[in-house]
Write a protein that binds this ligand. Structure first.
Ligand code: TYD
Ligand code: MG
Length: 459
Protein backbone atom coordinates (compact mmCIF):
# COMPACT_ATOMS: atom_id res chain seq x y z
CA UNK A 1 0.00 0.00 0.00
CA UNK A 2 1.29 3.44 -0.92
CA UNK A 3 1.60 6.44 1.34
CA UNK A 4 -1.68 7.42 2.81
CA UNK A 5 -3.02 10.64 1.30
CA UNK A 6 -6.20 11.35 3.17
CA UNK A 7 -7.66 10.91 6.60
CA UNK A 8 -11.07 11.44 8.17
CA UNK A 9 -11.29 14.00 10.94
CA UNK A 10 -14.19 14.44 13.34
CA UNK A 11 -15.43 18.04 13.17
CA UNK A 12 -16.62 17.85 16.76
CA UNK A 13 -13.67 16.44 18.71
CA UNK A 14 -10.80 16.21 16.20
CA UNK A 15 -10.56 12.40 16.26
CA UNK A 16 -8.64 11.06 13.24
CA UNK A 17 -9.11 7.78 11.41
CA UNK A 18 -7.81 6.47 8.06
CA UNK A 19 -11.24 5.21 6.91
CA UNK A 20 -14.72 6.67 6.95
CA UNK A 21 -16.97 5.86 9.90
CA UNK A 22 -20.59 6.83 10.32
CA UNK A 23 -20.14 7.58 14.01
CA UNK A 24 -17.14 9.02 15.80
CA UNK A 25 -15.83 6.43 18.29
CA UNK A 26 -14.39 9.21 20.45
CA UNK A 27 -17.35 11.55 21.00
CA UNK A 28 -20.18 9.49 19.56
CA UNK A 29 -21.38 12.15 17.02
CA UNK A 30 -22.94 10.84 13.81
CA UNK A 31 -21.80 11.99 10.35
CA UNK A 32 -19.09 14.23 11.74
CA UNK A 33 -16.08 12.68 9.97
CA UNK A 34 -14.87 14.78 7.02
CA UNK A 35 -12.16 13.72 4.64
CA UNK A 36 -8.96 15.82 4.63
CA UNK A 37 -5.61 15.48 2.94
CA UNK A 38 -2.80 14.34 5.23
CA UNK A 39 -0.06 16.76 4.26
CA UNK A 40 -0.99 18.65 1.10
CA UNK A 41 -4.02 20.37 2.55
CA UNK A 42 -2.05 21.45 5.58
CA UNK A 43 0.53 22.92 3.23
CA UNK A 44 -2.12 24.80 1.26
CA UNK A 45 -3.63 26.24 4.41
CA UNK A 46 -0.32 27.51 5.73
CA UNK A 47 0.63 28.89 2.38
CA UNK A 48 -2.66 30.77 2.21
CA UNK A 49 -2.06 32.42 5.56
CA UNK A 50 1.60 33.18 5.09
CA UNK A 51 1.21 34.70 1.65
CA UNK A 52 -0.78 37.71 2.78
CA UNK A 53 2.38 39.71 3.29
CA UNK A 54 5.67 37.97 2.92
CA UNK A 55 7.69 41.11 3.51
CA UNK A 56 6.44 41.45 7.07
CA UNK A 57 8.38 39.01 9.22
CA UNK A 58 8.14 40.64 12.64
CA UNK A 59 5.38 42.34 14.61
CA UNK A 60 5.07 46.01 13.62
CA UNK A 61 3.70 49.01 15.46
CA UNK A 62 0.26 49.94 14.13
CA UNK A 63 1.31 53.54 13.68
CA UNK A 64 4.23 52.52 11.49
CA UNK A 65 2.33 50.33 9.06
CA UNK A 66 1.94 52.05 5.71
CA UNK A 67 -1.54 52.11 4.33
CA UNK A 68 -1.64 51.07 0.73
CA UNK A 69 -4.71 51.54 -1.38
CA UNK A 70 -6.03 48.17 -2.55
CA UNK A 71 -6.26 47.70 -6.30
CA UNK A 72 -9.81 47.00 -7.42
CA UNK A 73 -11.13 45.52 -10.60
CA UNK A 74 -14.16 47.14 -12.22
CA UNK A 75 -16.76 44.50 -13.14
CA UNK A 76 -18.87 46.77 -15.31
CA UNK A 77 -22.04 46.85 -13.26
CA UNK A 78 -22.13 49.57 -10.63
CA UNK A 79 -24.55 47.57 -8.46
CA UNK A 80 -22.10 44.66 -8.35
CA UNK A 81 -19.09 46.92 -7.78
CA UNK A 82 -20.80 48.70 -4.91
CA UNK A 83 -21.73 45.48 -3.11
CA UNK A 84 -18.09 44.41 -3.40
CA UNK A 85 -17.06 47.69 -1.78
CA UNK A 86 -16.09 49.51 -5.00
CA UNK A 87 -14.89 46.68 -7.24
CA UNK A 88 -13.22 43.32 -6.86
CA UNK A 89 -9.99 43.47 -4.82
CA UNK A 90 -7.04 41.75 -6.48
CA UNK A 91 -5.76 38.64 -4.72
CA UNK A 92 -9.05 37.93 -2.95
CA UNK A 93 -11.48 35.07 -3.17
CA UNK A 94 -15.20 35.79 -3.41
CA UNK A 95 -17.97 33.27 -2.89
CA UNK A 96 -21.19 33.94 -4.80
CA UNK A 97 -23.91 31.80 -3.27
CA UNK A 98 -27.54 31.37 -4.15
CA UNK A 99 -30.30 28.97 -5.06
CA UNK A 100 -29.91 27.06 -8.31
CA UNK A 101 -31.43 28.97 -11.25
CA UNK A 102 -31.36 32.38 -9.58
CA UNK A 103 -28.91 33.84 -12.11
CA UNK A 104 -25.40 33.37 -10.71
CA UNK A 105 -23.91 32.11 -13.96
CA UNK A 106 -25.62 34.88 -15.91
CA UNK A 107 -24.27 37.59 -13.59
CA UNK A 108 -20.74 36.20 -13.70
CA UNK A 109 -20.71 35.70 -17.46
CA UNK A 110 -21.70 39.34 -17.90
CA UNK A 111 -19.05 40.51 -15.42
CA UNK A 112 -16.40 38.20 -16.91
CA UNK A 113 -17.07 39.46 -20.40
CA UNK A 114 -16.76 43.09 -19.29
CA UNK A 115 -13.55 42.40 -17.37
CA UNK A 116 -12.08 40.45 -20.29
CA UNK A 117 -12.30 43.55 -22.48
CA UNK A 118 -10.13 45.44 -20.01
CA UNK A 119 -7.78 42.69 -18.85
CA UNK A 120 -5.43 40.41 -20.56
CA UNK A 121 -7.52 37.27 -20.10
CA UNK A 122 -10.39 35.99 -18.01
CA UNK A 123 -10.75 32.28 -17.33
CA UNK A 124 -14.29 31.00 -16.83
CA UNK A 125 -14.18 27.43 -15.54
CA UNK A 126 -17.51 25.69 -15.67
CA UNK A 127 -18.17 22.27 -14.24
CA UNK A 128 -21.89 22.63 -14.73
CA UNK A 129 -22.33 23.49 -18.38
CA UNK A 130 -20.60 22.60 -21.62
CA UNK A 131 -18.83 25.23 -23.71
CA UNK A 132 -21.78 25.13 -26.16
CA UNK A 133 -24.28 25.82 -23.42
CA UNK A 134 -22.25 28.80 -22.26
CA UNK A 135 -21.97 29.99 -25.84
CA UNK A 136 -25.76 29.84 -26.15
CA UNK A 137 -26.16 31.92 -23.01
CA UNK A 138 -23.53 34.38 -24.22
CA UNK A 139 -25.31 34.81 -27.58
CA UNK A 140 -28.53 35.48 -25.75
CA UNK A 141 -26.73 38.14 -23.72
CA UNK A 142 -25.05 39.51 -26.87
CA UNK A 143 -21.62 38.84 -25.40
CA UNK A 144 -18.63 37.81 -27.40
CA UNK A 145 -15.08 38.34 -26.29
CA UNK A 146 -11.83 37.00 -27.67
CA UNK A 147 -10.17 37.31 -24.29
CA UNK A 148 -12.77 35.38 -22.33
CA UNK A 149 -11.64 31.77 -22.08
CA UNK A 150 -14.34 29.19 -21.37
CA UNK A 151 -13.20 25.89 -19.97
CA UNK A 152 -15.43 23.05 -18.85
CA UNK A 153 -13.15 21.38 -16.32
CA UNK A 154 -13.59 19.95 -12.85
CA UNK A 155 -10.17 18.52 -11.96
CA UNK A 156 -8.57 20.77 -9.35
CA UNK A 157 -5.05 19.74 -10.31
CA UNK A 158 -5.58 20.74 -13.94
CA UNK A 159 -7.34 23.94 -12.96
CA UNK A 160 -4.34 24.98 -10.86
CA UNK A 161 -1.90 24.19 -13.65
CA UNK A 162 -3.96 26.06 -16.23
CA UNK A 163 -4.24 29.16 -14.04
CA UNK A 164 -0.47 29.20 -13.52
CA UNK A 165 0.11 28.74 -17.26
CA UNK A 166 -2.49 31.18 -18.65
CA UNK A 167 -1.99 33.87 -15.99
CA UNK A 168 -5.51 35.31 -16.31
CA UNK A 169 -6.54 38.58 -14.66
CA UNK A 170 -9.69 37.00 -13.22
CA UNK A 171 -10.80 33.43 -12.60
CA UNK A 172 -14.38 32.27 -12.19
CA UNK A 173 -15.15 28.77 -10.92
CA UNK A 174 -18.77 27.76 -11.56
CA UNK A 175 -19.42 25.93 -9.28
CA UNK A 176 -17.21 24.87 -6.38
CA UNK A 177 -19.48 21.85 -5.80
CA UNK A 178 -18.32 20.32 -9.10
CA UNK A 179 -14.57 20.75 -8.52
CA UNK A 180 -12.86 17.49 -7.84
CA UNK A 181 -9.58 16.73 -6.11
CA UNK A 182 -8.31 13.28 -7.14
CA UNK A 183 -6.34 12.75 -3.94
CA UNK A 184 -9.51 12.61 -1.90
CA UNK A 185 -11.69 9.54 -2.13
CA UNK A 186 -14.96 11.34 -1.38
CA UNK A 187 -17.30 12.42 -4.18
CA UNK A 188 -17.35 15.98 -5.62
CA UNK A 189 -19.63 18.23 -3.63
CA UNK A 190 -18.81 16.64 -0.27
CA UNK A 191 -17.57 18.93 2.48
CA UNK A 192 -14.04 17.54 2.35
CA UNK A 193 -13.79 18.17 -1.40
CA UNK A 194 -15.28 21.67 -1.22
CA UNK A 195 -12.97 22.73 1.60
CA UNK A 196 -9.89 21.36 -0.11
CA UNK A 197 -10.71 23.04 -3.43
CA UNK A 198 -11.43 26.37 -1.74
CA UNK A 199 -8.25 26.23 0.35
CA UNK A 200 -6.12 25.51 -2.70
CA UNK A 201 -7.80 28.19 -4.84
CA UNK A 202 -7.38 30.70 -2.00
CA UNK A 203 -3.67 29.92 -1.76
CA UNK A 204 -3.37 30.40 -5.50
CA UNK A 205 -5.29 33.68 -5.44
CA UNK A 206 -3.02 35.07 -2.73
CA UNK A 207 0.22 33.92 -4.31
CA UNK A 208 -0.62 35.22 -7.81
CA UNK A 209 -2.49 38.34 -6.62
CA UNK A 210 -5.37 37.05 -8.68
CA UNK A 211 -9.06 37.66 -7.95
CA UNK A 212 -11.09 34.45 -7.92
CA UNK A 213 -14.87 34.20 -7.80
CA UNK A 214 -16.36 30.85 -6.87
CA UNK A 215 -20.01 29.95 -7.21
CA UNK A 216 -21.69 27.92 -4.48
CA UNK A 217 -25.18 26.51 -4.62
CA UNK A 218 -27.22 26.65 -1.49
CA UNK A 219 -28.47 23.12 -1.04
CA UNK A 220 -31.96 22.35 0.15
CA UNK A 221 -30.59 21.49 3.58
CA UNK A 222 -28.97 24.93 3.71
CA UNK A 223 -25.78 24.22 5.55
CA UNK A 224 -24.63 20.68 4.79
CA UNK A 225 -22.16 20.60 1.91
CA UNK A 226 -23.40 24.04 1.00
CA UNK A 227 -21.46 27.27 0.88
CA UNK A 228 -21.96 27.92 4.58
CA UNK A 229 -18.90 25.82 5.44
CA UNK A 230 -16.82 28.07 3.21
CA UNK A 231 -17.86 31.40 4.67
CA UNK A 232 -14.91 31.64 7.03
CA UNK A 233 -12.42 30.54 4.37
CA UNK A 234 -13.08 33.25 1.78
CA UNK A 235 -12.66 37.04 1.86
CA UNK A 236 -16.10 38.00 0.67
CA UNK A 237 -19.43 36.20 0.64
CA UNK A 238 -22.19 37.45 -1.63
CA UNK A 239 -25.70 36.05 -1.66
CA UNK A 240 -27.84 36.33 -4.75
CA UNK A 241 -31.46 36.05 -3.74
CA UNK A 242 -34.98 36.67 -4.92
CA UNK A 243 -38.03 34.69 -5.91
CA UNK A 244 -37.36 32.79 -9.09
CA UNK A 245 -40.74 33.69 -10.59
CA UNK A 246 -40.29 37.38 -9.78
CA UNK A 247 -38.13 39.58 -11.92
CA UNK A 248 -36.04 41.26 -9.19
CA UNK A 249 -32.80 39.79 -7.90
CA UNK A 250 -31.00 41.14 -4.83
CA UNK A 251 -27.26 40.86 -4.39
CA UNK A 252 -26.16 41.16 -0.79
CA UNK A 253 -22.77 41.02 0.93
CA UNK A 254 -22.86 38.75 3.99
CA UNK A 255 -19.17 39.10 4.72
CA UNK A 256 -16.69 41.50 3.19
CA UNK A 257 -13.11 42.01 4.31
CA UNK A 258 -12.83 44.96 1.92
CA UNK A 259 -16.10 46.82 2.28
CA UNK A 260 -19.42 47.18 4.08
CA UNK A 261 -21.67 44.18 4.51
CA UNK A 262 -24.85 46.20 4.43
CA UNK A 263 -24.73 47.10 0.76
CA UNK A 264 -27.34 45.72 -1.52
CA UNK A 265 -27.52 45.61 -5.29
CA UNK A 266 -30.75 45.26 -7.25
CA UNK A 267 -31.02 43.60 -10.65
CA UNK A 268 -33.84 42.61 -12.92
CA UNK A 269 -33.79 39.36 -14.88
CA UNK A 270 -34.82 40.19 -18.42
CA UNK A 271 -34.63 38.31 -21.70
CA UNK A 272 -31.23 39.84 -22.37
CA UNK A 273 -29.80 38.91 -18.98
CA UNK A 274 -29.48 40.85 -15.75
CA UNK A 275 -30.09 44.57 -15.92
CA UNK A 276 -29.09 46.83 -13.04
CA UNK A 277 -31.79 48.77 -11.28
CA UNK A 278 -30.12 52.01 -10.32
CA UNK A 279 -33.29 53.50 -8.87
CA UNK A 280 -34.78 50.58 -6.94
CA UNK A 281 -37.26 52.69 -4.96
CA UNK A 282 -38.96 53.70 -8.19
CA UNK A 283 -38.97 50.10 -9.44
CA UNK A 284 -40.41 48.70 -6.22
CA UNK A 285 -43.20 51.27 -6.15
CA UNK A 286 -44.04 51.09 -9.85
CA UNK A 287 -47.16 48.95 -9.58
CA UNK A 288 -48.33 50.27 -6.25
CA UNK A 289 -52.09 50.53 -5.85
CA UNK A 290 -52.73 54.04 -4.51
CA UNK A 291 -55.55 54.38 -1.96
CA UNK A 292 -56.01 50.64 -1.49
CA UNK A 293 -56.48 49.37 2.05
CA UNK A 294 -53.50 47.29 3.21
CA UNK A 295 -50.82 49.08 1.19
CA UNK A 296 -48.31 51.38 2.92
CA UNK A 297 -44.98 52.78 1.74
CA UNK A 298 -41.96 53.03 4.01
CA UNK A 299 -38.27 53.86 3.71
CA UNK A 300 -35.55 51.41 4.64
CA UNK A 301 -31.79 51.91 4.69
CA UNK A 302 -29.72 49.23 3.06
CA UNK A 303 -26.03 49.99 3.43
CA UNK A 304 -25.56 53.56 2.39
CA UNK A 305 -28.68 53.77 0.29
CA UNK A 306 -32.29 54.49 1.22
CA UNK A 307 -34.86 52.22 -0.34
CA UNK A 308 -38.58 52.92 -0.51
CA UNK A 309 -40.67 49.78 -0.40
CA UNK A 310 -44.35 48.98 -0.33
CA UNK A 311 -45.64 46.86 2.54
CA UNK A 312 -48.85 44.99 1.88
CA UNK A 313 -51.02 43.34 4.48
CA UNK A 314 -54.17 41.31 4.19
CA UNK A 315 -56.23 40.60 7.26
CA UNK A 316 -59.23 38.39 6.67
CA UNK A 317 -61.62 36.33 8.74
CA UNK A 318 -60.16 32.93 9.56
CA UNK A 319 -62.11 29.82 8.64
CA UNK A 320 -59.89 27.62 10.77
CA UNK A 321 -59.70 27.48 14.54
CA UNK A 322 -56.05 28.50 14.50
CA UNK A 323 -55.57 31.76 12.54
CA UNK A 324 -52.76 31.79 9.99
CA UNK A 325 -49.91 34.32 10.08
CA UNK A 326 -47.59 34.59 7.11
CA UNK A 327 -44.72 37.06 6.63
CA UNK A 328 -42.93 37.20 3.27
CA UNK A 329 -39.75 39.26 3.06
CA UNK A 330 -39.73 40.22 6.71
CA UNK A 331 -39.34 38.64 10.13
CA UNK A 332 -42.28 36.42 11.07
CA UNK A 333 -41.74 36.91 14.81
CA UNK A 334 -41.63 40.67 14.41
CA UNK A 335 -45.01 40.62 12.64
CA UNK A 336 -46.47 38.57 15.51
CA UNK A 337 -45.05 41.03 18.01
CA UNK A 338 -46.51 44.01 16.16
CA UNK A 339 -49.91 42.28 16.05
CA UNK A 340 -49.71 41.68 19.80
CA UNK A 341 -48.96 45.38 20.37
CA UNK A 342 -51.89 46.34 18.11
CA UNK A 343 -54.22 44.07 20.11
CA UNK A 344 -53.09 45.29 23.50
CA UNK A 345 -52.42 48.99 22.90
CA UNK A 346 -54.83 49.87 20.10
CA UNK A 347 -57.53 47.36 20.94
CA UNK A 348 -57.74 45.51 17.62
CA UNK A 349 -58.92 41.92 17.91
CA UNK A 350 -56.99 39.64 15.57
CA UNK A 351 -57.91 36.40 17.34
CA UNK A 352 -60.27 35.28 14.55
CA UNK A 353 -58.23 36.81 11.71
CA UNK A 354 -55.68 35.41 9.30
CA UNK A 355 -52.90 37.90 8.57
CA UNK A 356 -50.50 38.00 5.64
CA UNK A 357 -47.69 40.56 5.34
CA UNK A 358 -45.59 40.94 2.22
CA UNK A 359 -42.77 43.24 1.16
CA UNK A 360 -43.38 43.86 -2.52
CA UNK A 361 -40.65 43.06 -5.05
CA UNK A 362 -39.25 39.88 -3.47
CA UNK A 363 -36.87 41.82 -1.26
CA UNK A 364 -36.06 40.82 2.33
CA UNK A 365 -35.80 43.53 4.99
CA UNK A 366 -35.45 43.02 8.73
CA UNK A 367 -35.05 46.61 9.90
CA UNK A 368 -37.12 47.70 12.94
CA UNK A 369 -37.83 51.02 11.15
CA UNK A 370 -40.42 49.07 9.16
CA UNK A 371 -42.53 48.32 12.25
CA UNK A 372 -44.83 51.30 11.99
CA UNK A 373 -45.50 50.63 8.31
CA UNK A 374 -46.32 46.98 9.04
CA UNK A 375 -48.66 48.04 11.86
CA UNK A 376 -50.31 50.63 9.60
CA UNK A 377 -50.76 48.14 6.75
CA UNK A 378 -52.30 45.54 9.09
CA UNK A 379 -54.70 48.07 10.60
CA UNK A 380 -55.51 49.51 7.20
CA UNK A 381 -56.54 46.10 5.89
CA UNK A 382 -58.34 45.12 9.10
CA UNK A 383 -60.43 48.29 9.19
CA UNK A 384 -60.67 48.50 5.40
CA UNK A 385 -59.44 52.10 5.51
CA UNK A 386 -56.78 53.14 3.03
CA UNK A 387 -53.63 55.06 3.86
CA UNK A 388 -53.47 58.80 3.13
CA UNK A 389 -52.26 59.28 -0.49
CA UNK A 390 -48.71 60.64 -0.69
CA UNK A 391 -47.89 59.50 2.85
CA UNK A 392 -44.73 57.69 3.87
CA UNK A 393 -44.59 55.98 7.27
CA UNK A 394 -41.52 55.06 9.31
CA UNK A 395 -40.61 54.26 12.91
CA UNK A 396 -39.94 51.44 15.30
CA UNK A 397 -42.83 50.24 17.47
CA UNK A 398 -42.07 49.61 21.14
CA UNK A 399 -43.91 47.13 23.35
CA UNK A 400 -45.89 49.85 25.09
CA UNK A 401 -47.10 51.14 21.75
CA UNK A 402 -44.66 54.05 21.62
CA UNK A 403 -42.93 55.06 18.37
CA UNK A 404 -39.18 54.87 18.74
CA UNK A 405 -36.47 56.74 16.88
CA UNK A 406 -34.68 55.40 13.80
CA UNK A 407 -31.34 56.13 12.15
CA UNK A 408 -30.59 58.09 8.95
CA UNK A 409 -33.87 59.95 8.97
CA UNK A 410 -32.48 62.64 6.69
CA UNK A 411 -31.54 60.14 3.97
CA UNK A 412 -34.94 58.50 4.11
CA UNK A 413 -36.75 61.84 3.94
CA UNK A 414 -34.65 62.91 1.00
CA UNK A 415 -35.55 59.76 -0.92
CA UNK A 416 -39.25 60.28 -0.09
CA UNK A 417 -39.06 63.81 -1.47
CA UNK A 418 -37.32 62.59 -4.60
CA UNK A 419 -40.09 60.11 -5.33
CA UNK A 420 -42.83 62.66 -4.89
CA UNK A 421 -44.22 61.92 -1.42
CA UNK A 422 -45.90 64.90 0.26
CA UNK A 423 -46.20 63.78 3.93
CA UNK A 424 -44.02 61.72 6.25
CA UNK A 425 -44.91 60.17 9.59
CA UNK A 426 -41.75 60.07 11.71
CA UNK A 427 -40.94 59.36 15.37
CA UNK A 428 -40.94 62.49 17.53
CA UNK A 429 -38.05 63.50 19.76
CA UNK A 430 -35.19 65.93 19.89
CA UNK A 431 -32.66 63.42 18.61
CA UNK A 432 -34.80 62.79 15.56
CA UNK A 433 -35.54 66.44 14.91
CA UNK A 434 -31.83 67.10 14.58
CA UNK A 435 -31.74 64.63 11.71
CA UNK A 436 -34.39 66.42 9.63
CA UNK A 437 -32.89 67.89 6.53
CA UNK A 438 -34.49 70.78 4.73
CA UNK A 439 -36.86 68.99 2.41
CA UNK A 440 -38.96 71.67 0.77
CA UNK A 441 -42.48 70.61 0.02
CA UNK A 442 -42.41 67.63 2.35
CA UNK A 443 -44.60 67.88 5.41
CA UNK A 444 -43.08 66.10 8.40
CA UNK A 445 -45.53 64.84 11.01
CA UNK A 446 -44.07 63.71 14.34
CA UNK A 447 -45.86 60.97 16.25
CA UNK A 448 -45.36 59.60 19.77
CA UNK A 449 -47.69 56.62 19.92
CA UNK A 450 -49.00 53.95 17.61
CA UNK A 451 -52.60 55.04 18.18
CA UNK A 452 -51.76 58.64 17.23
CA UNK A 453 -49.91 57.46 14.09
CA UNK A 454 -52.82 55.28 12.94
CA UNK A 455 -55.32 58.12 13.44
CA UNK A 456 -53.31 60.36 11.13
CA UNK A 457 -52.33 57.73 8.55
CA UNK A 458 -55.67 56.13 7.80
CA UNK A 459 -58.53 57.92 6.04
P1 TYD B 1 -28.51 30.96 -14.37
O1 TYD B 1 -27.55 32.08 -14.49
O2 TYD B 1 -28.23 29.74 -15.17
O3 TYD B 1 -28.70 30.54 -12.84
P2 TYD B 1 -27.70 29.84 -11.82
O4 TYD B 1 -26.34 29.87 -12.40
O5 TYD B 1 -27.83 30.64 -10.55
O6 TYD B 1 -28.19 28.46 -11.60
O7 TYD B 1 -29.93 31.58 -14.76
C1 TYD B 1 -31.03 30.78 -14.73
C2 TYD B 1 -32.33 31.43 -15.11
O8 TYD B 1 -32.27 32.71 -15.66
C3 TYD B 1 -32.97 30.53 -16.13
O9 TYD B 1 -34.18 30.06 -15.56
C4 TYD B 1 -33.24 31.39 -17.31
C5 TYD B 1 -33.11 32.79 -16.79
N1 TYD B 1 -32.53 33.72 -17.79
C6 TYD B 1 -33.27 34.77 -18.27
O10 TYD B 1 -34.43 34.97 -17.92
N2 TYD B 1 -32.69 35.64 -19.18
C7 TYD B 1 -31.42 35.47 -19.62
O11 TYD B 1 -30.94 36.27 -20.43
C8 TYD B 1 -30.66 34.36 -19.13
C9 TYD B 1 -29.27 34.11 -19.57
C10 TYD B 1 -31.25 33.52 -18.20
MG1 MG C 1 -25.23 28.22 -13.05
Amino acid sequence: MGKQKSKFVCQQCGYETPGWLGKCPECGTWNSLIEELVEEQAAAKHQGKRLFDRTCTEPQALAEIDQVAVARLDLGMSELNRVLGGGLVLGTIVLLAGDPGIGKSTLLLQAASYAAERLNKVLYISGEESAQQIKMRASRLHLSSAKLLIWPETDLERIEQEIKKTEPGLVIVDSIQTVFCGELASTPGSIGQIKEATARLTALAKSLNLPVIIVGHVTKEGSIAGPRVLEHMVDTVLYFEGERHQQYRILRAIKNRFGSTFELGVFEMQNEGLVEITNPSQAFLAERPVSSPGSVVTASIEGTRPLLVEIQALVSHSVFGQPRRIATGTDYNRVNLIMAVLEKRVGLNFSQQDAYVNIVGGIKIQEPALDLAIATALTSSFKNRSCLPGLLVMGEVGLTGEIRGISHLDKRLHEAKKLGFSHCLVPSGRENRRQFGKEEGLEIIEVKTLREALDIALV
